[in-house]
Design a protein around this ligand. Structure first.
Ligand code: SF4
Length: 209
């Protein structure tokens, strides 16, 4: 299995792949990523400008109630749970981290509503620390299985398999590359194997036709 060739081809095929959430600082990245669970990045990007205008930092969000937050995120799935998590998360930032987002996997995953996936996004795309893990979403899950990089279904096990074979310097990029590949060439239904530049490296190539 030539993992490095696949990564090189994916980089050539999707040169502009990057995180599609809009944010101006790490606090906004954290909030946007928390909101993106069970939702699309486009829906989150529509909601966050007014949310960030009203609650631009941990202190203002910590002073709010969940009910205050709901109207700003009502278009996003699970808004009741997410509004509660946002306020609790902001309170903890204020109380334990001087109102800043901590640059540590352990501290991030200790925040309410922040799991390993969200923490990986913040570490890699906010702090540019990419050696803590690989963000595994639905596209990464599907394509890593199709290519043959893993046979696992749970995000935590897939992440472990990918961390074993993917060079550390690509741990942030690989998520965006696989998401771009999933959106354009290898969607859940009707993957375009005939035009796929990594078909010669993929264990599932042409098995869908
Ligand atoms: S060869 Fe087909 S299944 Fe494999 S990554 Fe490409 S599009 Fe997806």
């Amino acid at each position: 299995m030539d993992v490095e060739s696949v990564i090189r081809i994916l980089k050539e095929t999707h040169p502009d792949s990057k995180i599609s959430l809009d944010f101006r600082n790490i606090f906004e990245l954290l909030v946007a990523t928390m909101l993106s669970a069970q939702s699309t990045d486009q829906m989150v990007n529509k909601a966050t400008p007014s949310l960030f205008a009203a609650y631009p930092d941990p202190q203002t969000m910590a002073d709010a109630t969940a009910e205050d937050i709901v109207p700003y995120i009502k278009s996003i799935g699970l808004y009741n749970t997410k509004s509660k998590s946002l306020v609790k998360m902001a309170k903890l930032l204020v109380e334990e981290h001087n109102g800043t987002v901590p640059a540590s996997m352990k501290a991030l995953t200790a925040l309410p509503g922040v799991g390993r996936k969200t923490a990986n996004v913040v570490m890699g795309n906010g702090f540019k620390i990419g050696d803590t893990g690989i963000t595994v979403d639905t596209h990464v899950t599907r394509i890593a299985n199709r290519i043959g990089w893993t046979t696992e279904k749970s995000a935590i096990k897939i992440e472990k398999d990918l961390m074993r074979i993917i060079p550390e310097e690509d741990w942030v990029d690989i998520t965006h590359l696989l998401i771009s590949h999933g959106r354009t060439i290898c969607p859940a239904r009707h993957p375009q194997c005939k035009s796929c530049p990594i078909s010669s490296h993929c264990e599932s190539a042409f098995s869908f036709q």
